[in-house]
Design a protein around this ligand. Structure first.
Ligand code: GCW
Length: 722
């Protein structure tokens, strides 16, 4: 037999592919996130390399299309074991990146492609120009980028590649991460190590993590990143600092993300040396204009600013007797000519105001509906207090029809056990997004999701969803492996707020763990119940903000001596001999009146309030009868016990996966679940001990006494908690 050159070549590449496929997977340290591209089963891998042997992109492709092609190469190589060739000639089975008018053979698709919204894409397997091709098509390169990631996701989540026909568009225009990263590289509420931004070494040294971070964001469709903490410093706008910002912008740009900065309201005075920062002062307006112009000279596609004003000691327009709308105007006006966005936070409450904290943001904003400039989005936290394990939706949603409202979720788990406790936040986001505000002013159901994506109003408004990032410099990015899922689910829901958390968990697990289907399904179930477990052992039945002072880790129900009333847990639970809960009904603070009438009526009465929100809205006697038939005191303890049991079940579920999950990640998760189980018990015991000290009631029959005395729980301090 004569061995021809091409035969040898084929033999060789076949061997390489076989080796690649059977090689043990690299260490699973979490760095690859959900972009592991672990080898598919052999038959699927072979089919893939037959179908995707080449990646075609037009020679004039720009940076985002190049990034898309590189990701396709990386993904196909990992999944099939064979790196595809790159080309621009129409020949052989290929994956084709297609913009309108670029490929003669795809001309019939042009109209469909042109009709896609910015970022939207079409995935189709078809025969064109005599070849069997997989088309990833879009109206712009951004869509090619998102489409490529979506196609790779489809490959790993069981889509029928031979008959693929999908079309998707982002429903929300701005899908953003907010980093609470300080310029010294500490991170407020960060549990994943130092800030990813190595400010000191920028702009000269650029970590390869920046690109990998941008890839992960792009895989979800995230298109805006606020680099620094909302508790901002004036220096971030200094001329000497801006080149650092520009360097990050350069790293993120090929992956379709614009950078934003959190800026300090008093920058004109503190950085610019002006007499004040009063928005009505013409010198202040001129300062903002000049500063913004300077930023855009360096970063022509700069996104805009995020501002926390008159909140928790931050300066703001109230310092000059002006409203938030007046305070926002100078920055908005300066940004508008450049296409920049101003995001103004509604997380405000005042140290001088004795009103129920839950009511203050609504009071400070709703009267100014319609007064904010066209490039302003008011960013509202999901609930009216502060990222609690459970809160009812914020009453501002639907209450300002003439103002562009955006969502602020927290991805980092400040109040849900940091990166130590496993809590998948998908069900929480979903609960808020599908809540029906029942507000007027639009058509169809006024769910939070439809208010956010603008479909309720149908007026083409600017829409936005932000998540406070949980990303740091730890090898696994998020501090724990499962916290990666929270980054993931946030991004997916920002793209489409109507996606289901369970389906997202499933696709995350499929990409993140190489485990057989039943094991993967078990992980999905573990994730789906995890947030409710946290609610149960920390703050059941609508209780909230009972965490220890400042770091918010562990129970602090007894804390009552802090300077501001609303910093104290006793402010929120109001437990005494007579009962427990915050009366926000018409007989109390009447916060319910901030909701649409139908919702207000439902939450005004304990009997019509869901048990999960009962003590958020009502102060009830300890013998109040719950829908379960139990009295409140034993019912409350039962919830705590349920939470502890649920964590025990999560742990047992995980332990059964030993040997099925790679050893490295298995051990890390197991250790965390063990700590979580112990700390769930701590929460339960400390809460029961405290409430019993207040109500003087005996423990119901069969209920275990707390392990320690209340004094012991009170004495427990965590001085170096992150
Ligand atoms: O959740 C609280 C946090 C603060 C945070 C603040 C805010 C950035 O405890 O750390 O400050 O909210 O959202 O502004």
């Amino acid at each position: 037999m004569r061995l021809t050159g091409s035969f040898v070549l084929r033999l060789f590449s076949g061997l390489v592919a076989a080796l690649l496929i059977s090689a043990p997977s690299r260490a699973e340290d979490g760095y690859q996130l959900w972009l592991r591209y672990a080898a598919l089963p052999q038959a699927e891998a072979q089919a893939l390399s037959r179908q995707a042997g080449r990646v075609l992109l037009p020679p004039e492709a720009g940076a985002m299309a190049q990034a898309a092609a590189e990701e396709l190469e990386r993904g196909i190589a990992g999944l099939s074991g064979r790196k595809p060739a790159r080309g621009s000639a129409w020949q052989g089975p290929a994956v084709v990146l297609a913009l309108p008018g670029q490929w003669a053979a795809l001309q019939p698709l042009d109209a469909d492609l042109k009709a896609l919204r910015e970022g939207g894409y079409l995935l189709r397997t078809m025969t064109a120009g005599g070849q069997r091709v997989t088309v990833i098509g879009a109206a712009s390169e951004r869509g090619l980028l998102y489409g490529s990631f979506a196609w790779l996701r489809a490959l790993q989540t069981g889509a029928d590649l031979a008959r693929l026909d999908q079309r998707a568009e982002p429903k929300v225009a701005w899908r953003m991460l907010n980093h609470w990263d300080n310029l010294d590289r500490t991170v407020e509420r960060g549990y994943a190590g130092q800030s990813i931004w190595n400010w000191w070494e920028l702009p000269d040294m650029r970590s390869t993590r920046y690109r990998d971070y941008a890839r992960a964001n792009a895989s979800l469709g995230i298109n805006g990143v606020v680099l620094n903490n909302v508790n901002s410093k004036p220096e971030v706008l200094a001329s000497s600092w801006l080149p650092k910002v520009a360097a990050i912008a350069e790293e993120l740009r090929p992956y379709g993300q614009k950078v934003f900065l959190s800026v300090r309201f008093s920058s004109p005075k503190e950085l610019g040396g002006l007499a004040n920062s009063d928005p009505a002062n013409p010198a202040v307006r001129a300062w903002w204009q000049a500063k913004v112009d300077e930023v855009y000279r360096l970063i022509p596609d700069f996104g805009g600013f995020l501002v926390k004003a008159n909140s928790e000691g931050q300066p703001g327009p109230h310092d000059y007797g002006r409203s938030h709308a007046e305070g926002a105007a100078p920055m908005a006006d300066a940004l508008r000519p450049h296409g920049g966005l101003l995001i103004w936070r509604a997380f405000v409450y005042s140290e001088a105001d004795a009103t129920d904290r839950a009511k203050q943001a609504y009071q400070q904003f709703v009267p100014w509906d319609g007064q904010f400039a066209s490039n302003v989005v008011v960013q509202v936290k999901n609930g009216a207090i502060d990222f609690q394990p459970r809160e009812p939706f914020h009453p501002m949603f639907g209450a300002m029809p003439k103002t562009q409202l955006g969502m602020e979720f927290q991805i980092t788990k400040e109040y849900l056990g940091f990166a130590t406790h496993l809590a998948y936040l998908g069900p929480m986001y979903e609960e808020v997004l599908r809540a029906d505000t029942q507000q007027p002013g639009g058509t169809g159901r006024a769910t939070v999701a439809r208010i956010l994506d603008g479909s309720f109003y149908g007026d083409g408004r600017v829409t936005m969803m932000a998540g406070v990032a949980n990303v740091g410099s730890e090898r696994n990015w998020s501090g724990s492996h499962f916290d990666q899922a929270n980054w993931y689910v946030f991004g997916r829901m920002a793209w489409d707020p109507e996606l289901k958390s369970e389906a997202i968990a499933r696709e995350w697990v499929q990409q993140t763990f190489s485990a057989p289907q039943p094991a993967r399904e078990s992980i999905v179930q573990l994730m789906q119940g995890s947030r409710e477990a946290v609610v149960n052992y920390m703050t059941p039945l609508g209780l909230h903000h009972l965490m220890a002072t400042s770091h918010h880790y562990g129970p602090g129900l007894w804390v009552s001596e802090l300077a501001r009333p609303e910093w104290n847990p006793v402010y929120y639970h109001r437990a005494d001999k007579g009962g427990i809960g915050f009366d926000r009904s018409p007989s109390g603070s009447n916060a319910v009146a901030q909701y649409a009438p139908a919702v207000a009526a439902r939450w005004a009465r304990p009997a019509t309030t869901e048990p999960e929100l009962l003590l958020w809205f009502h102060h009830l006697p300890w013998d109040y009868k719950l829908p379960s038939g139990q009295a409140l005191w034993p019912g409350l303890i039962a919830q705590y016990d349920l939470g502890v049991r649920q964590v025990g079940e999560m742990r047992a579920r995980w332990d059964r996966l030993k040997g099925v999950i790679d050893a490295e990640r298995f051990a890390d998760v197991a250790a965390r679940l063990k700590a979580q189980e112990r700390e769930a018990q701590w929460w339960r015991d400390a809460s029961v001990a405290y409430f019993q000290s207040v109500n003087g009631l005996p423990l119901p029959a069969g209920v275990a006494a707390p392990a320690l005395k209340l004094e012991d729980y009170k004495a427990r301090h965590l001085p170096y908690a992150p």
